[in-house]
Design a protein around this ligand. Structure first.
Ligand code: ATP
Ligand code: 4MY
Ligand code: MG
Length: 418
C-alpha cells in the first residue's frame, strides 16, 4: 500500500493553521498568559475527568477550566481559548437524529446506485450541521478552538459509520492487516433477521450491538446470539457483528492529539465450537473492557499479550501521511483515522484474532473516552492543551508582526478568525 497521498480533512482553516506547526518548535507564551478552557461535558464525564491530579497540574501550568453554562448565551461567558465538549442536550440530539435519518437515506440510495443524490444529501447535511454549530460556538467566541468538530464526532454516534472509515482505509501491508469484523445493519423487521444473516454469510455466534451510540446506558447493552432462532427476537436498529476469538484481551488505544497510549484490557473470553453448539439464545453481557482493571500486569500467553506502550505519532504534522512511521499497524490505524476524520480526542478498541500474529480488528471507536483510566493522562492532556495554546499564540504573533510590516490580504483573512 502506498502512503504518499494527502487526505483531505474536514477541519477549519484555523485548525489547519494550528496543526501545521510542530509542537516542539513552538515559542512559549509569556508566563502571565493563562489558557482558558471552557468545557461542556456530561456530569458523569466531569466527575471522572477532573481528577485532583489533573486539576493540580493544570493550575501549575496556567490552564484554567471553566464550566460552560449551557442555559446561558456564550456571549456572556468566556472568552475561551479552547472548548471541550461531550454533551447530550436536546440540540445535539436533534442533529443526531437528522444525521442518522440522512445516513439511512444515503445508505439506501447508495444500494440503489443513486450516487449523486447521496452526495448532495450528505453535503446539505454537513452544511446545516456545521453552520449551526459554528453559530453556537465560534461566532460567539471568535478565536476559540473547538475540540473536536461536531461533524467528525457524528461518525462515532453510529456503529456503521464509525467503522466504515476503517473499511475505506483498507489498511494492510507486510506489517499486518487492520480490518473490521464482518457485520450487518438491521434497521427493521426482526423476523427477517435470520434470512438476512444467512444471505450475508455471517457465522454464529454474533455480537448484537445497538446501532446508535448516544452515550445512554441502553446504547451499551450488548448481547451474544448463539443461534438463528434468537435473532428474530432482537430489537432493531442494531448491528450484528461476527464474534472474533481474540484470547480475551483487547487493546484500548487512547489518542490525545498526537499522543497515543495503548493499554491492555480484559475482554470477552473465546467461544469454542462445543460451547457455541450447546448454547441456545441470546445473552446480555456486561461492559467487560470498560472496567478500569488493566490487563497490563496479567500473566498472559505472549501470542495474545501483544504490547502495551506509549508512542507518539510524530509525523502527523499537517495532514500528510508521507512520513508516517511504519512501526506497527496500530500507529497506522490511529494515524489514518485521525487524518481522515479530523478527531483529536478518541479511543479505538482493537482485538487480534486468536492464532494470528498480525490480523487486527477494530471493534469500537469512542469519542472523549474515560481518559482518567489512561496512565499519565494529566500530563498528556495538559501538554496537549498547552500545545494548542502555544500554536495560537505563535500564529497571533506572526500575524501581528506581518501587519505592522506590510498589509497582506491572506494573513489578514486568517487574523480575522482569531
Ligand atoms: N466482534 C467482536 N468480537 C469479539 N468480541 C467483541 C466484538 N465486539 C465486541 N466485543 C466485546 O464486547 C465488548 C464491548 O463491545 P463494544 O466496545 O463494541 O461496545 P461499547 O458499548 O461501545 O463499549 P465501550 O464501553 O468500550 O464504548 C468489547 O470490549 C469486547 O470485549
Ligand atoms: O465512563 P468511562 O469513564 O469509563 O468512559 C467511557 C465513556 O463514558 P463517559 O463518556 O460517559 O464517561 C463511554 O462514552 P459513551 O459511549 O457512553 O458516550 C465510552 O467512551 C467508553 O469507551 C468509555 O470507557 P473507556 O473506553 O475509556 O474504558
Ligand atoms: Mg463504544
Amino acid at each position: 500500500m502506498r502512503f504518499d497521498l494527502e487526505i483531505p480533512v474536514p477541519w477549519s482553516d484555523e485548525d489547519k493553521e494550528n496543526e501545521q506547526v510542530h509542537l516542539m518548535s513552538l515559542p512559549r507564551p509569556p508566563p502571565q498568559k493563562r489558557l482558558i478552557v471552557g468545557y461542556a461535558l456530561t456530569s458523569k464525564k466531569v466527575k471522572s475527568f477532573f481528577q485532583p491530579k489533573l486539576e493540580r497540574l493544570a493550575r501549575k501550568k496556567g490552564i484554567i477550566f471553566v464550566a460552560i453554562d449551557q442555559s446561558r448565551s456564550l456571549l456572556d461567558q468566556g472568552p475561551f481559548d479552547i472548548v471541550l465538549h461531550k454533551v447530550r442536550n436536546a440540540f445535539i440530539q436533534l442533529f443526531l437524529s437528522i444525521y442518522n435519518f440522512f445516513f439511512f437515506f444515503c445508505s439506501s440510495l447508495e444500494k440503489s446506485g443513486n450516487m449523486s443524490w447521496r452526495i448532495s444529501v450528505k453535503i446539505s447535511y454537513i452544511f446545516v450541521h456545521s453552520l449551526s454549530f459554528r453559530c453556537l460556538l465560534r461566532e460567539e467566541n471568535p478565536g476559540v478552538t473547538v475540540l473536536d468538530p461536531p461533524i467528525s464526532i457524528q461518525h462515532l454516534h453510529n456503529r456503521q459509520s464509525m467503522l466504515q472509515v476503517v473499511v475505506d482505509l483498507n489498511l494492510s501491508d507486510s506489517y499486518g492487516k487492520v480490518g473490521v469484523p464482518k457485520q450487518l445493519v438491521i434497521s427493521k423487521e426482526p423476523s427477517s433477521i435470520p434470512e438476512a444473516v444467512s444471505k450475508a454469510r455471517l457465522g454464529l455466534p454474533l455480537v448484537v450491538k445497538p446501532l446508535l451510540v448516544d452515550g445512554s446506558a441502553k446504547s451499551h447493552e450488548l448481547s451474544l446470539a448463539y443461534d438463528e432462532c434468537s435473532l428474530s427476537m432482537l430489537d432493531p436498529p442494531l448491528v450484528l457483528q461476527e464474534f472474533i476469538n481474540h484470547g480475551g484481551i483487547l487493546f484500548k488505544v487512547y489518542i490525545v492529539g498526537e499522543a497515543v497510549k495503548v493499554v491492555r484490557r480484559f475482554s470477552l473470553p473465546d467461544v469454542d465450537k462445543r460451547e457455541q453448539l450447546s448454547n441456545k439464545g441470546a445473552f446480555r453481557f456486561p461492559r467487560v473492557s470498560c472496567a478500569a482493571a488493566s490487563a497490563d500486569d496479567a500473566d498472559l500467553d505472549p501470542s495474545i499479550a501483544g504490547r502495551s506502550c506509549a508512542i507518539r505519532v510524530n509525523s502527523l504534522q499537517g495532514h500528510c501521511l508521507r512520513n508516517l512511521p511504519r512501526s506497527s499497524v496500530i500507529d497506522w490505524s490511529v494515524g489514518f483515522y485521525w487524518c481522515r476524520i479530523g478527531l483529536r480526542l478518541f479511543n479505538i478498541d482493537i482485538i487480534r484474532e486468536r492464532g494470528t500474529r498480525d490480523r487486527f480488528y477494530v471493534i469500537d471507536i469512542n469519542y472523549f473516552p474515560g481518559y482518567s483510566k489512561m496512565p499519565e493522562y494529566e500530563h498528556i492532556f495538559t501538554d496537549f492543551l498547552l500545545g494548542i495554546g502555544q500554536s495560537k499564540y505563535r500564529n497571533r504573533r506572526r500575524l501581528s508582526s506581518s501587519r505592522t510590516s506590510r498589509p497582506n490580504p491572506k494573513t489578514d483573512e486568517i487574523a480575522s478568525s482569531f
